[in-house]
Write a protein that binds this ligand. Structure first.
Ligand code: SF4
Length: 502
C-alpha cells in the first residue's frame, strides 16, 4: 500500500518506436509513442513530449510537447502533425534537475554538424557539475578561436550554449563534441556515444534519434531500466516464439509494461553499458562499454520496491511475481489478508485551500476505514516505505479510532537514510525520519504498537533470487552481457556505485 506519500519522486520515462519494412509506413508511430508514454505515466507527470521523423536524408522532425499528463499535453488536432513519422522518441518527465517548465520538456532536438539529433533521457548524471564546466570551456574556446574562421559551423563543432538547466541538454553537448581519437568532424555517432559514456559513468538510459535510426543506450552500471519490444500482428501477440519476419516494428521503453498496451512482445533488455542500434532492418548491438574492473552493476533497487509497475520485466523476470511472496508476511504467517482502508485515488493535489475544518479531517479526505473488517481486532499494516514519517501516523490514528485494538507496521524496505544522486528525488538527510532522534522509538512517534523494517540483506535476497538462473541462461545462449549481479542500495547504505564528484 502506498501510504507514505512522502516526497520520494519517481524519475522519467522514455519510449521509442521504429517502423519495420518499407517506408512510408502504415504503422501509426505517433499513436504508438503516445500509448507507450501513457503506460509510463507513473514515472513522471509534469510534462510529456514526442519527436517523430520521416527518416529521410535530411530528415524532417516534428515535435509536440506539453505540460501535465500525456492525455492533456497532446491535443488530437496537434497529433495530426506527427502522422508522417516512420520513427520517433518520446519522454514523460518528473524533474529531478531543472525547473518544471516547457523549456525543460524532452525530447530535446539540436542541429549538429552532422544533422539533427533528438535525445530523451532518464536518470541524472552523477558528475553533472564537472561536465557542465567542461562543456562551457569547450564553448568558450570555440567562440574565441573558431567562430571567426568557421562561422556557425565552428560553434556546432563544439556544441552550442546550454540554454536549460537539465542534464539532458548537457548530454547533447557531449554528443556534439568530437571524440579525442576521432578525426575532426567525423560523423561517427557510436564513437560520440562511447565518448559520452566514458565521460560520465552513470546514471542514464538514453534514446538518441539520428537520421533513420534510434540508438538505445544504458549506462555501464545499468542504473536505470531499458527494454526492447517487438511489434507483431495482433493475431500473433499471444503465440509463443514467432518469426522475426512477422515484425511490424521495434519499440524501446523504460519499462516493458508499456508493450502490452501497444501489441508488442518483450524482446530483451538493453544490457548495462550497451549501445543498441534500432532501425527498420532490426536490432544490432554495437558495443558494450565496460565498468571499471571489479565494479558490479548497480540497477536501482527502488525500481523493485517503489517505482516500477508490477507487470514490468527486469533482469529477465517479472519483478513482483517472486518478490511479493517473499515480502508479504501474510503469505508465510497464515494471517488473514483483508482490506482495512479504501483509498480515493482522485483526491491528489487539490486546488481547494484547506481551511481549519478540512485540515482537521486530514487523512479522512483520502482514506475511508472499512470498519466491519477489523473492529475489535489487531491489525498488521504493510507499507512500502516510511520516508518522512508524517503520513502514516494519521492512518494509524484513523484505524484505532475505527476500532483496531493494535496497529503493527511492517515496512517492505529498509530505512532510507541517504540522498540519491542518480535521478530519484529523496528528501534531504535532515528530513528523513530514519536520521532523526525520534527514530529510536519510531513506534511511539507514529502511534503504532510496533514497527519492523525489512533488512538490506533481506531486500537484496528477495530481489536477486531467480535472477542468477536467468544470467546463466544468458551465458549458455551466447550473450556477451556480464553475468555479474549487483544493485544500487545507496539510499539505504550510503555506499554509492561510483565515487561522487562535486
Ligand atoms: S540511491 Fe536509492 S533511489 Fe537512488 S539509484 Fe540507488 S537505490 Fe535507487
Amino acid at each position: 500500500m502506498e501510504f507514505e506519500e512522502s516526497g520520494i519522486g519517481e524519475e522519467c520515462g522514455v519510449f521509442g518506436c521504429v517502423a519495420a519494412g518499407e517506408w512510408p509506413t502504415q504503422l501509426e508511430v505517433a499513436q504508438i509513442l503516445t500509448l507507450g508514454l501513457v503506460a509510463l505515466q507513473h514515472r513522471g507527470q509534469e510534462s510529456a513530449g514526442i519527436v517523430t521523423s520521416n527518416g529521410s536524408s535530411p530528415p524532417t522532425y516534428t515535435t509536440l510537447k506539453g505540460m501535465g499528463l500525456v492525455s492533456t499535453a497532446f491535443k488530437p488536432e496537434d497529433m495530426l502533425k506527427l502522422r508522417y513519422g516512420n520513427l520517433g522518441i518520446g519522454h514523460t518527465r518528473y524533474s529531478t534537475t531543472g525547473i518544471s517548465e516547457l523549456q525543460n520538456c524532452q525530447p530535446f532536438v539540436v542541429e549538429t554538424l552532422h544533422g539533427k539529433i533528438a535525445v530523451a533521457h532518464n536518470g541524472e548524471l552523477v558528475n553533472a557539475a564537472a561536465l557542465r564546466k567542461k562543456a562551457d570551456q569547450y564553448l568558450l574556446i570555440s567562440l574565441l578561436t573558431m567562430q571567426d574562421f568557421l562561422g556557425d559551423k565552428g560553434v556546432l563543432r563544439h556544441g552550442v550554449g546550454l540554454s536549460t538547466s537539465s542534464d539532458s541538454e548537457l548530454i547533447m553537448q557531449l554528443l556534439c563534441l568530437t571524440p579525442p581519437m576521432e578525426e575532426v568532424d567525423a560523423p561517427d555517432w557510436v564513437a560520440r556515444i562511447k565518448n559520452l559514456m566514458t565521460e560520465t559513468p552513470t546514471s542514464y538510459s538514453l534514446l538518441i534519434m539520428h537520421k533513420d535510426v534510434i540508438y538505445a543506450v544504458r549506462d555501464p552500471y545499468g542504473n536505470r531500466p531499458l527494454s526492447i519490444g517487438r511489434l507483431v500482428p495482433i493475431s500473433k501477440l499471444h503465440s509463443s516464439g514467432g518469426e522475426e519476419t512477422d515484425t511490424e516494428g521495434w519499440v524501446v521503453s523504460s519499462e516493458s509494461c508499456s508493450f502490452q498496451s501497444i501489441g508488442a512482445k518483450y524482446y530483451r533488455e538493453v544490457q548495462p553499458g550497451e549501445i543498441v542500434q534500432i532501425s527498420k532492418n532490426g536490432i544490432k548491438s554495437l558495443n558494450i562499454i565496460p565498468r571499471p574492473e571489479g565494479d558490479p552493476p548497480a540497477f536501482c533497487i527502488f525500481e523493485y520496491v517503489y517505482f516500477a509497475r508490477p507487470d514490468s520485466i527486469f533482469e529477465g523476470k517479472p519483478h513482483k511475481k517472486d518478490f511479493s511472496s517473499l515480502l508479504n508476511p501474510f503469505h508465510v504467517s497464515g494471517l488473514p489478508y483483508i482490506e482495512v482502508l479504501c483509498k480515493n485515488r482522485y483526491v491528489g493535489r487539490t486546488f481547494i485551500q484547506p481551511n481549519t475544518r478540512l485540515r482537521q479531517l486530514g487523512v479522512a479526505k483520502k482514506f475511508g476505514a472499512l470498519t466491519d473488517n477489523f473492529a475489535g481486532k489487531r491489525v498488521v499494516l504493510i507499507d512500502d516505505s516510511i520516508v518522512r514519517g508524517n503520513t502514516i501516523s494519521p492512518i494509524i490514528k484513523l484505524l484505532k479510532e475505527a476500532g483496531a485494538t493494535e496497529v503493527h507496521i511492517r515496512v517492505a524496505s529498509p530505512p532510507i537514510r541517504f540522498p540519491c544522486y542518480m535521478g530519484i528525488n529523496i528528501p534531504t538527510k535532515e528530513e528523513l525520519i530514519a536520521n532523526k532522534p525520534e527514530f529510536k522509538d519510531i513506534a511511539n512517534y507514529i502511534g503504532a504498537t510496533s514497527v519492523r523494517y525489512l533488512s538490506v540483506e533481506g531486500l537484496v535476497t528477495a530481489v536477486q533470487s531467480g535472477i542468477e538462473s536467468y544470467k546463466k541462461e544468458q551465458i549458455s545462449s551466447g550473450s556477451k552481457a556480464s553475468t555479474k549481479l549487483g544493485h544500487c542500495t545507496a539510499c539505504l547504505t550510503g555506499k554509492y556505485p561510483v565515487e561522487l564528484e562535486w
